[in-house]
Ligand binder design. Structure first.
Ligand SMILES: Nc1ncnc2c1ncn2[C@@H]1O[C@H](COP(=O)(O)OP(=O)(O)O)[C@@H](O)[C@H]1O
Ligand SMILES: Cc1ncc(COP(=O)(O)O)c(C=O)c1O
Ligand SMILES: [Mg+2]
Length: 287
């Protein structure tokens, strides 16, 4: 059994952060240790929420507690996502360093969740700078969306070619794999939902249908995507197989969510499809 320390938000109602990642990773057979950066009533794209950011000291203390029962070396990967306050950043990187010292094979997967001006995803001040200036260089895998790709590289990224250039810039800064979890407006076909995966061997592209949601699109898709991709890799899948399974499982969750007419991701309803997706979209090697 592989173990992941998943450091992200907790929402009591609905699915984002750890709520969108932990159960799907468990479904794939990964023991997921959820460490929450915030506890909110609901995700921030409702425009209002209650709850608190967890004090930054909790992150190191919880890891220390696990070390003191002699279990921290069992951690195979750290996954970080939504951060509640910039000061939590240094604590997360210290935990990553501590785990890597105990288990040199452990990896750090950084989902660089940033604020999204058009969508109302609210992230605390300084978090984007922390992700760009400190976390990116430490990450073995990083999974930006288009907005995050621009912020991490400082490049405008107005088209597909520029997205590939930006990915190559990130690959020169430390991460060994870059998963662009949503190409959005710089995709090849704006009527599709597209992702790119780049590693040392090449660049892969995958397209899946863009579903129509009435009013607003569900939140937590990026968190679900990152969790599933990491879980697949820990299960020993090749990068290509992990990428395809992730795209197909997330597409099935989106289909069920859309058919149900819901705003929150229908992760529980789609549980069997997360394990065995019905979709069969395939990635294409493009470089
Ligand atoms: N197949 C799909 N059809 C339509 N919308 C989708 C699909 N998959 C994801 N989305 C939407 O696309 C958006 C992706 O958000 P974005 O901020 O670009 O990336 P991320 O969720 O990865 O951080 C979300 O609003 C999500 O609901
Ligand atoms: C509390 C919380 N966690 C995580 C996220 C990230 O969600 P996504 O996967 O859509 O980027 C958001 C976005 O609004 C959020 O409000
Ligand atoms: Mg996101």
């Amino acid at each position: 059994m592989k173990n992941v320390l998943s450091i992200q938000s907790h929402v009591v109602y609905g699915y984002a952060g750890n709520k969108a990642a932990v159960f799907p990773m468990q479904l794939l057979g990964i023991d997921t240790w959820a460490l929450n950066t915030v506890q909110f009533s609901n995700h921030t794209q409702y425009g209002k929420w209650k709850g608190m950011v967890i004090p930054k000291e909790q992150i190191g203390e919880i890891a220390q507690g696990i070390a003191e029962i002699d279990a921290l070396h069992e951690c195979d990967a750290v996954l970080s996502g939504y951060i509640g306050a910039a000061e939590q950043g240094a604590e997360i990187l210290a935990v990553v360093a501590k785990i890597k010292a105990l288990n040199p094979n452990a990896i750090y997967f950084c989902d660089p969740v940033m604020g999204h001006p058009d969508k109302g995803c609210i992230v605390a001040p300084g978090v984007a700078e922390f992700l760009r200036d400190e976390a990116m260089a430490q990450a073995d895998i990083i999974a930006p969306n288009l907005v995050e790709l621009r912020e991490l590289t400082g490049l405008p990224v107005e088209n597909f070619e520029q997205a590939i250039e930006a990915i190559n810039v990130i690959l020169s800064k430390g991460p060994k794999r870059v998963l662009v979890k949503h190409l959005s407006r710089v995709g090849k076909d704006l009527s599709q939902f597209e992702m790119v995966l780049a590693n040392q061997d090449g660049i892969y592209h995958i397209s899946r249908p863009l579903h129509e949601f009435v009013g607003r699109d569900p939140v937590g898709v990026g968190d679900l995507t990152s969790g599933l991709f990491l879980a697949n890799l820990l299960n020993g899948k090749s990068d290509l197989d992990a990428f395809e399974h992730t795209a197909n499982a997330v597409n099935d969750v989106m289909s069920i969510t859309q058919q149900s007419g819901k705003y929150e991701l229908q992760i529980i309803k789609a549980r069997n499809l997360i394990v065995n997706p019905e979709s069969r979209y395939q990635a294409v090697k493009i470089g």
